[in-house]
Design a protein around this ligand. Structure first.
Ligand code: SF4
Length: 400
């Protein structure tokens, strides 16, 4: 993993973004912001799922009028998403939001942008300035539009990324002229390769914190790979200070995937159990896919990052479960459960789920009492490949 890219630090509510601060997770409500109860309920669900800050759309005055009450009830900082109407930005700032998302390109009058910047300076809140691939080409000036399109046609990816950077430079000139530097940048696209190239170029060009995102990814089923491929690549290169994965679904899905991505890249410590499971193969003798789904559901009630392995056989299972705190090796009609490498019980197939869960709960309680450390013992295969002994136990050793 590369070192984190060095960026300027801003604060969103109490949360630092940039300058090496932990990468924060954002999402956006899908409710009508003026519906205060619905919006607050969704913000609370997002916060509970691990979202650090939440953006809300404020297209109309009735939305900004709801902000005061939403802010009073929100457990996390709130960002107002403003398009076209600078008045909404001013109203949101006066209501006390913790950040504004603004695209200077869709606010016609420069003096209006200046007024928003002045209001943010007065309240000490940052502004996210973004460009989207879909709207970066000039729309009003036909001559300029034709020239840009011809340029892009020569080398679509490179020229589009260059145009995104040039557009951001134009926007940032306004902020520089106002001597305002608490700015977060985003450069979104629906294309994972453009997202990667655009953020890489921005990381080289600017020292402002970067809000990572791939836009309009679609539902999780189709958007997950594109989102994780692009954002994961950038994060692994040390690029990115805050992020939003955006899906056409319940925004909770975005937070779950963002959290898993950060945990998988060791950019955020796990606070919940980690489940590893074998992919199954021709050796499988139980319905492991069903068992894994049930285990996953049960583990949701445990709030300790226990590493749990569900393996389909004893041939490769122990090796693949190396490092798990609690593991089950399922065979025909029975399962053998190990806790930090030591066999604790052999149970019938229909008892496997409850027994595994029980062992996980007991282990988590021991961790919480400080009696045992997570992943402090490893399952290690004794060569040759292990087969069950007559009493059902597996020849494993514990490496501490
Ligand atoms: S653990 Fe066993 S059943 Fe699962 S994939 Fe490996 S060899 Fe196949």
């Amino acid at each position: 993993m590369n070192l984190r890219n060095k960026t300027h630090r801003v604060h969103i509510g109490g949360i630092p973004v940039g300058g090496g601060a932990p990468i924060s997770i954002q999402s956006m409500t899908s409710t009508y912001t003026y519906d205060i109860d619905d919006t607050v309920a969704q913000i609370r669900r997002l916060a509970e799922a691990g979202c650090d800050m939440v953006r809300v759309a404020v297209p109309n005055k009735k939305d900004t009028e709801a902000l005061k009450s939403i802010l009073d009830q929100s457990p996390v900082p709130i960002i107002a998403d403003v398009h076209f109407h600078f008045e909404r930005a001013i109203e949101a700032i006066e209501a006390g939001v913790h950040k504004i998302r603004l695209n200077p390109g869709n606010i016609k009058d420069r003096s209006q942008v200046d007024r928003v910047i002045a209001a943010c300076r007065e309240r000490g809140i940052p502004i996210r300035v973004g460009v989207n691939e879909g709207s970066v080409v000039e729309r009003q000036d036909k001559g300029r539009r034709a020239a840009q399109k011809a340029d892009i046609a020569n080398d679509p990816r490179a020229r589009l990324v260059a145009l995104m950077i040039e557009t951001l430079e134009d926007y940032l000139r306004i902020f520089d002229e106002n001597d305002f530097h608490d700015v977060v940048l985003s450069l979104k696209s629906i294309d994972a390769t453009i997202v990667i190239d655009a953020y890489r170029a921005a990381a080289e060009r600017f020292d402002l914190p970067l809000h990572l995102g791939l836009t309009h990814a679609g539902p999780p089923e189709t958007g997950r790979i594109r989102s994780i491929a692009s954002l994961g690549t950038l994060l692994a290169c040390g690029i990115g200070d805050t992020m939003r994965i955006s899906y056409a679904s319940d925004p909770i899905d975005e937070v779950h995937d963002a959290k898993e991505l950060l945990c998988s890249l060791a950019l955020r410590p796990r606070v919940e159990p980690e489940l590893i499971a074998c992919p199954t193969c021709g050796r499988i003798e139980i319905d492991l896919i069903k068992l894994v789904a049930e285990v996953r559901q049960k583990l949701a009630s445990i709030k300790t990052p226990v590493k749990v392995a569900v393996m389909g056989c004893v041939v490769n299972g122990p090796g693949e479960a190396e490092g798990a705190d609690v593991a089950v090796f399922a065979g025909k009609g029975r399962g053998i459960i190990y806790v930090q490498g030591e066999q604790t019980r052999t149970v019938k197939e229909d008892e496997m789920l409850d027994a595994l869960y029980e062992e996980c709960v007991i282990f988590a309680e021991r961790v919480e009492r400080g009696e045992v450390e997570l992943t402090s013992a490893k399952v290690n295969i004794v060569p040759p490949a292990p087969l069950p002994r007559e009493d059902g136990s597996i020849p494993l050793t514990v490496v501490r």
